[in-house]
Design a protein around this ligand. Structure first.
Ligand SMILES: NC(=O)C1=CN([C@@H]2O[C@H](COP(=O)(O)OP(=O)(O)OC[C@H]3O[C@@H](n4cnc5c(N)ncnc54)[C@H](O)[C@@H]3O)[C@@H](O)[C@H]2O)C=CC1
Ligand SMILES: O=C(O)CCC(=O)C(=O)O
Length: 408
């Protein structure tokens, strides 16, 4: 089993938001037993207190890791987002604190796409309203406003992993697919890339699959609803900030939209015991789901394994493959050697300062790996045990060093 400079039993993992048991099992199997596990997101003050002595933290979409939180997390080495989105993490602050961030970019893609298809079929049949009415004792047997999905046009905004998966399933059901994206994408099957205006004006169902960024904030508002076909449907399983909820309420009140399915909200309850508050609660023709697009047994189990594996690899040997904020380095094992990991601001002269220290102190390097991004540099060196602590001490003193870690 790979060794770290700190006894593995002392390396603390703080796992929040009920990440899947598969993650806990994978950490145990790799020798990490110091796991503080919570089913929910913690309030800010408790989060700051618990994260203060954590080396790794595992979260899902609810926990906000802000600059303030990173400032308290003095020992934090890496964050595992057990989900796709990383908008809940201040990535700039994480990088400045030398904290690597990992996620699971594909493990819940299929689950989201399946939910969207199910909602599209049910909304085209008016099932949300009919179901709500039946629960109140009303009988809404009618074919008015009920349609098959076959032959309908689906407009996908954001043709990434989820959008593309959705595109394939939709076509297999006989839908016509168009999409829009900021990047030119290879259309799968018979899908066509169109402008946002064309997509809104021609689609029977519009489904959002963009990340939360400045460019997607309120991207669907009053003007966009006005461009949508009367009787169209909106599905949002991306992020709550992408849709202007007041404008959506107006479009539903005016019956401009026939229905909607919303999985994500600008404000989401922190735990299952908190009340869900939204003006959308009054609409029977809107499916409201508690951010469960990716919440299936299959997805959660795979995410647990995938992210735990990335954290273990980073802890055990420094590998940063598929980190969202660190330069990516896939490192071999380092039997018989100690490994120094140096994270620094990406300014000129650091590598020569490192090499000068090795040369002045007569330290032989048996392996050296370097990767940079626009913010930071990551240099990894395998050296003899006899000189490793001296090397760590000297390297830590180089100006613009963010963090210097030693692995046995
Ligand atoms: N409801 C849920 O439980 C889940 C929600 N999500 C959300 O879905 C989002 C999308 O996931 P993936 O498809 O895996 O991401 P992705 O990164 O593979 O795809 C996103 C696509 O959106 C495009 N895009 C970005 N900004 C855009 C803009 N302004 N206009 C048009 N296109 C734009 C990108 O170019 C990319 O093709 C995630 O960022 C996450 O927020 C993801 C998983 C589960
Ligand atoms: O499962 C979760 O908590 C969040 C899912 C999600 O939104 C994501 O993967 O980006």
């Amino acid at each position: 089993m790979a060794k770290t400079s700190l006894d593995k039993a002392k390396i603390k993992f703080l796992l929040l938001e009920g990440v899947h048991q598969s993650a806990v099992d994978a950490l145990h199997a790799s020798g990490y037993t110091n796991i503080d596990y919570y089913q929910k997101a913690l309030p800010d003050d408790e989060l700051k207190q618990k994260i203060a002595d954590a080396h790794f933290v595992g979260i899902r979409s609810r926990t906000q890791l802000t600059d303030d939180v990173f400032a308290e997390a003095k020992k934090l080495i890496a964050v595992g987002c057990f989900c796709i989105g990383t908008n809940q993490v201040d990535l700039k602050a994480a990088t400045e604190h030398g904290v690597a961030v990992f996620n699971a970019p594909f493990s819940n893609t299929r689950s989201v796409a399946e939910l969207v298809i199910a909602e599209a079929i049910l909304l085209l049949r008016g099932i949300a309203e009919k179901n709500a009415a039946a629960h109140r004792g009303e009988w809404m047997k009618t074919a008015v406003g009920s349609y098959e999905i076959r032959g309908k046009r689906l407009g996908i905004i954001g043709y990434g992993s989820i959008g593309m998966q959705l595109s394939v399933i939709a076509e297999s059901l006989g839908m016509e697919v168009c999409f829009t994206d900021v990047v030119n994408k290879l259309p799968l099957g018979n899908a066509v890339q169109v402008s946002m205006g064309e997509l809104l004006a021609t689609s029977d169902i519009v489904s959002l699959h963009v990340p939360e960024t400045a460019s997607t904030q309120d991207m669907i508002g009053k003007n966009e609803f006005a461009q949508m076909k009367r009787g169209a449907i909106l599905i949002n399983a991306s992020r709550g900030t992408v849709v202007d909820i007041d404008a959506l309420c107006n479009a539903l009140s005016d019956a401009h939209l026939a229905g909607a399915a919303i999985d994500v909200f600008p404000e989401e309850p922190r735990s299952n015991s908190d009340e869900f508050i939204s003006p959308l609660r009054e609409f029977d023709n809107v499916f409201l789901t508690p951010h469960i697009g990716g919440s299936t047994a299959e997805a959660q189990q795979n995410i647990g394994l995938e992210v735990a594996d990335k954290l273990v690899k980073y802890s055990d040997n420094g590998t940063t493959t598929s980190s969202v904020n660190f330069p990516e380095v896939a490192l071999p094992a380092h039997p018989g050697k100690h490994r120094v990991l140096h994270i620094h601001r990406n300014v000129p002269g650091i590598l020569s300062a490192i090499n000068q220290i090795f040369s002045e102190n007569n330290i032989n390097i048996s392996g050296q790996y370097l990767q940079t991004n626009d913010k930071i540099g990551y240099v990894v060196m395998d050296i003899d045990q006899a000189s490793s602590e001296l090397a760590q001490e000297k390297l830590s003193q180089i100006p613009d060093t963010i963090r210097c870690r030693l692995l046995f």
